[in-house]
Design a binder for this molecule. Structure first.
Ligand code: DON
Length: 304
């Protein structure tokens, strides 16, 4: 398979000029990003790299990081985790509060904000220095020690994060939060502020395409069962109320963030990350989804 040729075709076919969405603006710092940015990176199981455009530029990965925090929580709690958070698609926007009331404070899945906040509570409760341990985990699976938080984004999230603070308070009132609100939201805002490039994201997500092992060192980070569960959740819940559309168009497990990044994996084949900050009305990268649809169509390969 000539992945570089396929990526070049995607780069030639698609342009930010052809999409109609808008860059996220509810977090002021995100609104400053250049909407013309576009990059893509494929990392293959034979350790070859292919890319185009702004694939090595750092951007705010936002909710993509919820896959990292879920992985850490599964390593700590195993299957007991599912008493605190469910595994069903929500069909609702990522920051919705409404289902929590009639579902007793148990979020539908770990990728909506409510679910990621319960996961944050677990990590803050069980780890001595959760922010540092998150960085250590992401640096290890990426095999890149330069990865860090973007402090401007973290501050910007905090200044506008009233819905997230409300979600934690509400779930605490309903008995599904152990720690105090402040350390949980502090961890969560930092989690969302991780800055990574498409290349780094593709490297990090290779563990989900490689049965939980780091490609190269072969070190096991997650068990094959944990990887099966996380990939299933990415397939059914990785794009909020657009998970069906992404599955239909692209046919790979993946995860998006409001910074305009999307990561997807093809088990035993490759991991891929794409970045274009212009979002559709569901909060997913408009050009990113098109690029991944072209990738699975031009390669003729998807999980289905
Ligand atoms: O909490 C928020 O609203 C953002 N920090 C993260 C949202 C996000 O990326 C959801 N995704 N598509």
């Amino acid at each position: 398979m000539d992945y570089q040729k396929i990526l070049n075709t995607i780069n030639d076919e698609l342009s930010y000029r052809d999409v109609t969405g808008k860059v996220a603006s509810y977090i002021p710092e995100l609104a400053k990003v250049d909407p013309r940015k576009f990059g893509m990176h494929v990392y293959c199981g034979d350790r070859q790299h292919f890319s185009f455009g702004d694939s090595e530029e750092l951007f705010s990965i936002q909710s993509i990081s919820k896959v990292f925090s879920l992985s850490m929580a599964m390593r700590l709690m195993g299957e007991d985790l599912w008493d605190r958070v469910d595994v069903e698609p929500s069909g609702d926007p990522f920051n919705s509060l409404s289902q929590l009331e009639y579902e007793s404070g148990v979020p539908r899945n770990p990728f909506i904000n409510a679910g990621a906040l319960v996961i944050s509570d677990i990590l803050v409760d069980q780890l001595e220095n959760p922010k540092q341990e998150l960085l250590d985990f992401v640096r290890k699976i990426t095999q890149d020690n330069s990865i860090n938080f973007d402090p401007k984004i973290a501050t910007s999230e905090r200044s506008t994060g009233y819905r997230n603070v409300a979600l934690v308070n509400y779930m605490k009132a309903l008995g599904n939060i152990k720690c105090e609100v402040e350390p949980i939201v502090d961890f969560y805002f930092h989690l969302c502020s991780l800055a990574m490039s498409c290349k780094q994201l593709a490297q990090a997500f290779m563990i989900f395409a490689n049965k939980g092992r780091i490609l190269g060192t072969n070190e096991e980070i997650l068990t094959p069962t944990t990887v099966k569960r996380i990939n299933s959740l990415m397939q059914t819940c990785g794009f909020y109320d657009e998970a069906g559309e992404f599955s239909f168009e692209v046919g790979l497990p993946g995860k998006s963030g409001v910074g305009g990044g999307i990561v997807a994996i093809h088990p035993d084949q490759y991991s891929v990350a794409v970045w274009s900050p212009i979002l559709n009305e569901k909060g997913n990268s408009e050009l990113g989804m098109k690029a991944l649809e072209r990738l699975t169509t031009l390669t003729g390969l998807s999980v289905f």
